[in-house]
Design a binder for this molecule. Structure first.
Ligand code: ZN
Length: 162
């Protein structure tokens, strides 16, 4: 890329380090012409195709704002949301695709959200899966009861016995 100061197309890398838990690389560069330094960040490209056909870069903050609505009034912290978004991104990147459907982002949110908070999960699922009647809720709750027989109010008790 061009030097942001003098537009010279050449620069050399003076330092590079992993950032963001290894999902990106930050490079410190020095312009071969003016000698000034600047940084670039390199990430594997991952874009989300919206229903309109427009693709936009995957964004953890969009995942968080989508899930936050479902978590209103629930004992879910900002840290929980950040971890969930990271988990969602990791599972999507693990699929190896450079572009995914917006729908698949919603799908990738369901499992970690279910582990985080069952009420928030139900709210999110009812919107994402377009629940139309009480039957849809009932079916979903039945499935949850099978999976979390003891937990009725929130996330399942975490096993402490290793
Ligand atoms: Zn320069």
């Amino acid at each position: 890329m061009y030097c942001p100061f003098c537009r010279n197309p050449d620069s050399r890398v003076v330092d590079s380090r992993l950032a963001d838990d290894g999902s990106s690389i930050r490079r410190r560069r020095q312009c071969t012409e003016c000698g000034r330094r600047f940084s670039t960040v390199e990430t594997a490209s991952l874009s989300v195709a919206k229903r309109s056909g427009v693709a936009e870069p995957f964004s953890r903050s969009k995942v968080i704002s989508g899930v936050r609505k479902a978590c209103q009034g629930r004992p879910v912290t900002e840290d929980d949301l950040a971890m969930l978004a990271q988990e969602v991104e990791e599972s999507i990147r693990a699929s190896g695709a450079a572009e995914i459907d917006a729908n698949d982002v919603g799908l990738a949110i369901l499992a970690p959200l279910q582990r985080l908070d069952l009420v928030a999960y139900l709210r999110f699922a009812s919107v994402y899966q377009a629940f139309e009647s009480l039957d849809d809720f009932e079916k979903s709750i039945k499935e949850l009861r099978r999976e979390y027989p003891a937990g009725s109010a929130g996330a399942p008790a975490r096993s402490v016995a290793e």
